[in-house]
Design a protein around this ligand. Structure first.
Ligand SMILES: Cc1ncc(C[n+]2csc(CCOP(=O)(O)OP(=O)(O)O)c2C)c(N)n1
Length: 255
């Protein structure tokens, strides 16, 4: 697919609102590409987002029906829309802070209800839009605007949590794993249940700067060095797994 094809899926005249090197820009392309490859008519879809840089992926960028909602409430709005019109292919695209922190309760219960919604978490491991504060996926030890001496807490394994709550499908990939992200989104869109993809999307401007990752390359390498596939993780000891981010598809055995 060429850029020309993708342009049809972008709101005419839109200026992409992302900082240089932001993973959200790539994630937007991967989402559009998955939709294109599945041949879904974008008019049959609704894109819902909350507040944050991640919330900008759908709105203003996508040339389709979008609902840009309150911070943390994207899944509540998406649930209402889906219940009103079950034919609507409903996709939530929002940040880690929006979906997992302020919106965490909606996430757990959308998974428990197995709501037929595909949720893409644009996970830049901090609150990018408000200056780079710590969130619940910030790696232990990372410097943020609220953890000057290093984050003292372990991050959520959000796929495990969403799986345990009852989701039909969860997956996690780094945004540079482009073919995996695309096929995972395609798979999620074809499952009639709650599907959740945690896409690690580096934020060189806030997270990178505060962690002395001085180039975009370094900001991406930070995550490349930490990501380990589900299969490789099985052979590692707890000490070797410290600080690692597991990538792959996860099932709770129900789907
Ligand atoms: C009710 C409410 N609380 C706080 C804010 C301030 N706020 C705006 S965006 C944001 C964090 C967004 O983080 P995330 O969802 O991770 O998105 P990112 O910008 O990192 O992509 C916060 C706390 C708000 N807009 N509304």
């Amino acid at each position: 697919m060429t850029d020309v094809d993708l342009k049809e899926y972008l709101r005419p005249g839109v200026t992409l609102p992302f900082c240089p090197g932001c993973g959200h820009r790539s994630l937007l392309r991967l989402i559009l590409r998955a939709i294109y490859e599945l041949g879904i008519n974008i008019d049959d879809m609704l894109f819902v987002s909350g507040i944050g840089c991640g919330g900008w992926i759908a709105s203003p960028c996508i040339n389709g029906d979008t609902l840009h909602t309150l911070h943390g409430r994207s899944l509540a709005f998406a649930t209402g829309a889906k219940m009103f019109n079950p034919k609507l292919k409903t996709m939530v695209i929002s940040g880690d802070g929006d979906l997992i922190d302020i919106g965490g309760n909606h996430l757990i219960h959308a998974a428990r209800r197995n709501m037929p919604i595909t949720t893409i978490c644009a996970d830049n491991v901090n609150y990018g839009q408000t200056g780079g504060q710590a969130c619940s996926t910030t790696p232990k030890g990372a410097v943020t605007q609220t953890t000057h001496e290093g984050n003292p807490y372990y991050p959520f394994d959000i796929c495990k949590l969403v799986n345990a709550a009852g989701a039909a499908y969860t997956a996690r990939y780094l945004v540079t794993q482009t073919s995996e992200v695309i096929s995972s989104i395609k798979k999620a869109l074809q499952i009639e249940g709650f599907t959740f993809i945690d896409v690690i999307s580096p934020c060189p401007t806030q997270f990178g700067r505060q962690n002395r990752l001085d180039t975009t390359r370094e900001a991406y390498k930070f995550f490349e060095d930490r990501c380990v596939t589900k299969e490789d993780a099985e052979g590692l000891s707890p000490a070797e797994m410290e600080g690692k981010i597991i990538t792959g598809e996860f099932s709770n055995g129900r789907s």
